[in-house]
Design a binder for this molecule. Sequence first.
Ligand code: MGD
Ligand code: MGD
Ligand code: MO
Length: 757
Amino acid sequence: MDEIRIPHSSHWGSFTAVWRGDALTVEPHPADPDPNLLIQNFPAALRHRARIARPMVRRGWLEHGPGPSDRRGREDFVAVGWDEVLDRLAGELRRVRPEQVFGGSYGWSSAGRFHHAQSQIHRFLNTSLGGYVRSVNSYSAGASGVVLPHILGPFEAVTRQVVTWEQVVAHSEIVIAFGGMALKNSMVAGGGVTRHTERGAMKAAAERGCQFINVSPLRDDLPGEAHAEWVAPVPGSDTALMLGLVHTLVRDGLHDAGFLARYCAGWEEFLPYLLGTSDGVAKSAEWASGITGLPAAQIEGLAHRLAGRRVLVTVAHALQRAEWGEQPVWMGAVLAAALGQIGLPGGGYSYALGALAHYGKLANAVPAAGLPQGVNGVKAFIPVARISDMLLNPGAPFEYNGQHLTYPEIRLVYWAGGNPFHHHQDINRLRRAFGRVDTLVVHDSAWTATARHADIVLPATMTLEREDIGAAGTDPVMIAMHKVAEPFGEARDDYAIFSALAERLGCGAKFTEGRTAREWLVQLYEHTRRSLAHRGYPAPDFETFWANGEIVLPQGPDDGGIVGAFRADPEGHPLPTPSGRIEIASKVIAGFGYEDCPGHPVWIAPVDVPTGRAPLHLIANQPATRLHSQLDFGGHSDGSKRRGREVLTMHPEDAAARGIGEGDVVRLSNARGACLATARLSVDIRAGVVQLPTGAWYDPDDAEAEAPLCVHGNPNVLTRDVGTSRLAQGCTGQHTVVEVARYDGNLPPIRAFDPPG
Ligand SMILES: Nc1nc2c(c(=O)[nH]1)N[C@H]1C(S)=C(S)[C@@H](COP(=O)(O)OP(=O)(O)OC[C@H]3O[C@@H](n4cnc5c(=O)[nH]c(N)nc54)[C@H](O)[C@@H]3O)O[C@H]1N2
Ligand SMILES: Nc1nc2c(c(=O)[nH]1)N[C@H]1C(S)=C(S)[C@@H](COP(=O)(O)OP(=O)(O)OC[C@H]3O[C@@H](n4cnc5c(=O)[nH]c(N)nc54)[C@H](O)[C@@H]3O)O[C@H]1N2
Ligand SMILES: [Mo]
């Protein structure tokens, strides 16, 4: 049979789509040494019943017009033709003022740089409305994104490329990974990735003799190839462990006093706290033992092994997606500073190495394509994870990074390319929050719970149904993403939808600049081509790039960026922080007067701790078989479920105490909500901790209920909707506490993938 082979790309890998007759298969990029199965979610997803076929409007909104309503997510939809729905939506956009529109639209969208939904929606709202209330920071790095600039320098400059995998392979003697560096996570990179190199790098480093230490409640957070030692403290106790390590170093005279004096600021302010002279509590290994559940001798032994070696300290994003999440990020830097290896190849501090396939990679020497966003005329913003707070408390004051701010009053929420019913905490609270607005508009390609809670649902094409350019700042291959299939049903590109709306708002030419989608691709590519030519690299024209399916881009040097250069600075003040040094104590943060994030790292006892009614720690981490909620209905993700539900990992001791066996359906519950999952028993998790990944689509058993049971296993019905601290107000969704019980009722059907009636 004839084969048609088409290059395309996704956040979880570049690939070739192959049609043989009506059958679609996907093959990883030939250069990928370690391809993963996430791309296998595509074939079954393309024409799945969960796709949205035509524009739909919630009946109550259609009949009664805009206004707050608790019927969202509870009522049926009416199919409306494109022209009519666009007319009505344009009318509604004319009725509201830009400062009443929340257009943050957080989410990962798709890998193509032109049809990137966030870029499209922001450009549309800027050019056609004059702006919107935005969100700042991310669910990924909510706390670190705010604290790192105070203590080291700009987030991008002090994270991604400071220590590369090549340096780990060649130089690191010990890698101590707080939160591990799970291969499931480095499968993914925003904009696409052609080469998954993390497994090979860890293997090569371990074979050279590098020791990996996985500090995590889950053994699998480092791969077998790393031959890691597993240290499993109580979740959320890493700051105490790091304090115990540094205390031991200081007590035994093993810290690098010269490094601390020359390159750091604030050690003198921190030391009395560490030694306990300021508060009467020495942060000793003994003290840390009581908090982490690790023997004091183990903590002391670890500190002794680290001293004087080329040690790399990594801290996973996960640790800061929790109560007081700023602290382990800051204290990780202090541990690395006390070890004195920062700025040496393969040593020091690499925040979030391994969390994504971008990190630890070289930066491209030329820029990638990106759609210009226009100018946002609205000043108001929220830290991204404060969405329910904003909608439930308009006009209320809140604090953020030294600023006193007020929640704006939002009438219209517009989402394209994100799924708040995936990413946000305490979903039952989010449902109430979404009830407060006049109108909720959602573009998506599938019937996510967010789409089901919307008033106006517009069917967007999925990436396979359009052409685009796949590019990331750290992947040396730019992909010509050819169109693989015709749009599903009446689906349109986000660009086409926004163009039609802009036209109705009298801003068509401003939004489109008169270009078709293909003309935009040529325009965006030109940016990269000119830059290549300017630097004397081969710079094929668009037609050649398109016909080849990709071009290889040159990359910059492996120089550690600003952190790599700082030892060479003659003044010893080379970092873009107030002191020019690593800020072990920050006068700026101290000046904010936040007791939940004072002027140097501290241990703050957690509030959300196990209780009689919720005695187990829950880890709600990233899923191994999909990106977030995307294509949860695809073959690989669906195939990983058991008895139709997401899989909960628990220790056999915790299971036995509850009469739970392997493969039993269980009910997780706490004060906020409940969900079902299927139990998997494993000794590779710390006892007292259970783990349920995010991303199974929210599936309420009774949509009318205030706090329905999610029958599918979405952990965000259980997580708490509180910020990390007044400094960053970041997401704390990684941790909470729950009870788990065997579920002996009749098994409710999974309806999350059936279109609403
Ligand atoms: N409890 C807990 N919660 C968490 C986390 C956690 O650790 N624990 N992690 C958090 C993190 S780090 C993140 S980044 C967030 C992720 O949260 P999100 O980024 O919101 O999650 P996605 O599932 O990637 O959502 C993308 C949505 O965009 C849609 N989409 C894709 N392409 C297109 C397109 O071209 N057009 C349109 N209109 N739509 C498109 C997809 O169908 C999907 O519904 O989740 C956060 N939530
Ligand atoms: N396959 C896949 N890969 C992904 C994603 C995805 O959805 N799917 N999402 C991507 C995105 S957007 C992001 S931001 C990154 C997120 O990167 P991370 O936030 O680092 O990823 P997680 O898997 O949530 O957490 C990593 C590990 O941290 C451990 N951990 C949790 N709490 C603690 C703690 O208190 N102490 C210690 N020591 N360890 C702890 C958990 O065992 C968990 O497996 O992942 C990216 N990679
Ligand atoms: Mo993320």
